[in-house]
Design a binder for this molecule. Structure first.
Ligand code: PRX
Length: 681
């Protein structure tokens, strides 16, 4: 193991890059599969001052190897230097960064900081009960990680094995992720709100050997029976050999033959564990997310590129500075938690807040009381929480001193004007920078955000605005042609690879190619629509596929439909997303019932419970409408577009309905919907 070199600040590196006016000699062998000059790509921009956002952006697009190579070399701690910066080709879905290099992600997130400043605080665990926060230093986190890594090894977890983590946000959950990274195992964190069936599906797809969980979780004053859910799940999972159970509460839970008390095991282990040297492109983690088909996909992120991208975006988008307390309130079960609670902040040696509670526990001032007490500098949250909180009024914010805040961020779904203005004016006192950040599980880190930018550049409300370095957006029309110029909207694609992007779907590269590289050959297709304003900024317009976003949680309409179709009385179901005041979107289901169903209310209740059991509570449709038939094209495809129009549009114009097999279905559904809307007495 090479002794870690202490990383120099990325700001310094960017300065250095710029002093060479973007014309750094390329020290390493460059790209092996370059693409031609794509539209929307920043050109050489000769007028841009060195070091400016535009100069750096142009360089990252023009010479990825010269941009990313030195950054990767100097930011990360390597065991073996890489020989090739990138080797990517979107036509074949080949994505590789920093080839030949070896490193360990946990060394980058822990050891390098322990060497320099062991007692600096890595994590502040903001527990469910306010005022009971726990601080964990880098030294302590390294020790815990090593004990957990040794425990995993003792339970026969080897390099390349998969480990499922089903835990609430906690230092032990972070240590579990880093312990996997330390020994070269691949973690898959499953959000602790998913049902036993969803958990089992993920464990089976990844063929996990071990599951790490807790006896119970605590959230918003409520107890979550996580161990019970794991018990139910592992019954369906033949690959699981052991369940490591940590204790969040004093409650004793029943322990079966696979179960082991994690704390006891860790206490027996050595607090040191030699890190595995991993190849840059070895898998670091899988994270399951929804697509347009019924089965969630396990996106694969790899070691070096992901870590560099998470660290760099964390620093530059949020203006993170040493000494700041970084507060991202996302759950570690989502990509936001991976990149901006764990990997990005820890790689930068930051103090990262782990938020276990909810925005309204014990009251609507919880976030702001936490900001004041922990002196949080950056606060990163989801628009759905902001929409909820603003309804409680400004007094809950004004009660607290929020002067420690410098940057506010929003993520996960479009932020509406009211929420943006409230966050900016009331929470940020009109003095904080507010960044609406667009990205995805697939992108690994933030791709479009108002910062970085030219010094003091404007921020337009509710807009992600500017591509990050190395991100080259391209807008496509319906026919798959690149749209030029400004004031246009279409499908959001990217023409060039960046280090943080996912490499494949676990066990199914064909699906990866199909989902992201087939609709627009040679480009990565995000699934979102976008508008490029007259000023050249990017504004996300929402998903263009059958994925909906409920409270910032992504779910495929097909997933909900598949769950509903398991009900014996429901031969068919079609689900659409409809606007919702707080959640952003809610699911609306159209169902067809078998003729012999006597009481549709009972079936509806059962359907809601089925969706909660098969997926998660958040995916349960708010509304269910019984119809005789679904509107189908002559080829048998359900026209969800038509259903959306019926529910969300006041106009009579339902668009082109000529492909419908039987147009009389429209009147049928319209009548059913009118009746449904009438108040029930
Ligand atoms: O539709 C976009 C929406 O969330 C999707 C990605 O969801 P997920 O993979 O769960 O990751 C969420 C956290 C990164 C995107 O395809 N989305 C994300 N951020 C924004 C957004 N929509 C509008 N504005 C955003 N800032």
């Amino acid at each position: 193991m090479v002794v870690p070199r202490l990383g120099r600040s990325v700001g310094h590196l960017l300065d250095r890059l710029c002093r060479h006016s973007g014309l750094l000699a390329q020290p390493l062998s460059g790209a092996t599969a370059r693409r031609g000059q794509a539209s929307g790509r920043p050109g050489s921009n000769p007028g841009a001052p060195p070091g400016s956002y535009s100069a750096l952006r142009a360089q990252a697009a023009r010479e990825p190897a010269a941009f990313w190579g030195p950054l990767a070399r100097d930011t990360l701690v390597w065991d073996t230097p890489f020989h090739t910066v990138w080797d990517c080709d979107f036509s074949s879905g080949k994505i590789g960064w920093f080839l030949g290099g070896q490193l360990n992600v946990s060394v980058n997130c822990l050891d390098q900081h322990v060497q320099k400043s062991p007692e600096s605080v890595a994590l502040i665990w903001e527990q469910d009960e306010p005022g009971t926060e726990v601080r964990i230093t880098y030294r302590e986190l390294l020790e815990t990680t090593c004990r957990l890594a040794n425990t995993l090894k003792r339970h026969e977890v080897h390099r390349g094995d998969r480990v499922a983590i089903y835990m609430p946000v906690s230092p032990l959950a972070v240590a579990a992720m880093l312990a996997c990274a330390r020994i070269g195992a691949i973690h898959t964190v499953v959000f602790a709100g998913f049902s036993a069936e969803s958990l089992a599906g993920r464990i089976n797809d990844a063929k996990c050997k071990v599951v790490i969980t807790v006896n119970q979780g605590l959230r918003g004053g409520r107890v979550l029976e996580l161990k019970k859910i794991v018990d139910e799940a592992v019954k369906l999972c033949p690959t699981v050999r052991c369940v490591l159970v940590a204790h969040r509460t004093d409650k004793k839970v029943s322990m079966g033959k696979l179960d082991v008390v994690l704390e006891q095991e860790m206490a027996k282990e050595n607090p040191e564990c030699a890190p595995e040297s991993m190849n840059s492109e070895d898998m670091l983690f899988l994270l399951y997310t929804s697509g347009s088909t019924g089965t969630p996909k396990g996106l694969v992120h790899t070691q070096a590129g992901y870590l560099l991208y998470a660290a760099l975006t964390h620093k530059l988008v949020f203006d993170y500075k040493p000494g700041d307390v970084f507060g991202c309130v996302a759950d570690i079960g989502w990509i936001t938690g991976h990149s901006y609670v764990v990997y990005g902040p820890l790689c930068n040696g930051a103090t990262s807040v782990l938020f276990e509670s909810t925005p309204v526990y014990p009251d609507a001032g919880r976030y702001w009381e936490t900001v004041q007490r922990l002196q949080i500098s950056q606060f990163y949250c989801a628009p759905t929480a902001v929409r909820l909180l603003l309804k409680y009024g400004d007094a809950w914010v004004k009660k607290y001193d929020l002067s420690s805040l410098r940057t506010l961020g929003s993520v996960g779904e479009p932020i509406n004007h009211e929420a943006w203005e409230w966050l900016h004016k009331v929470v940020g006192d009109s003095r904080c920078t507010l960044v609406d950040t667009w990205w995805q599980t697939e992108t690994g880190g933030i791709c479009i955000a108002p910062r970085p930018s030219e010094e003091g550049a404007e921020i337009v409300p509710c807009m992600a605005m500017r591509p990050f370095y190395g991100i080259v957006p391209v807008i496509m029309d319906d026919k798959g042609s690149v749209m030029e110029g400004n004031g246009i909207s279409g499908a959001l694609c990217f023409s060039q690879a960046w280090p943080g992007m996912a490499r494949t779907i676990y066990g199914n590269h064909a699906r990866f190619l199909d989902a992201y590289f087939t609709a627009y050959p040679g480009y990565y297709f995000s699934g979102d629509g976008v508008y490029r304003t007259q000023s050249g900024y990017y504004q996300i317009t929402g998903r263009v596929d059958d994925v909906i976003n409920i409270s910032g949680h992504r779910v495929g309409t097909a997933e909900i439909e598949d769950a509903m179709a398991t009900h014996p009385s429901v031969p068919e179901a079609a689900v659409i997303g409809i606007p919702h005041d707080i959640k952003g979107e809610a699911a609306f289901a159209f169902i067809v019932l078998k003729d012999d169903v006597a009481n549709s209310d009972v079936v509806e209740k059962e359907l809601k419970s089925t969706v909660a059991t098969k997926i998660a509570k958040y995916a349960v449709p708010d509304q269910i409408l019984v119809v005789k038939r679904l509107p189908k094209t002559r080829s048998g495809k359900v026209m969800r577009r038509l259903l959306r129009k019926i529910v969300t549009s006041s106009s009579q114009d339902l668009g082109d309905t000529t492909t419908l097999e039987d147009p009389s279905v429209i009147t049928e559904i319209l009548n059913a919907y009118e009746k449904y809307k009438q108040p029930k007495c």
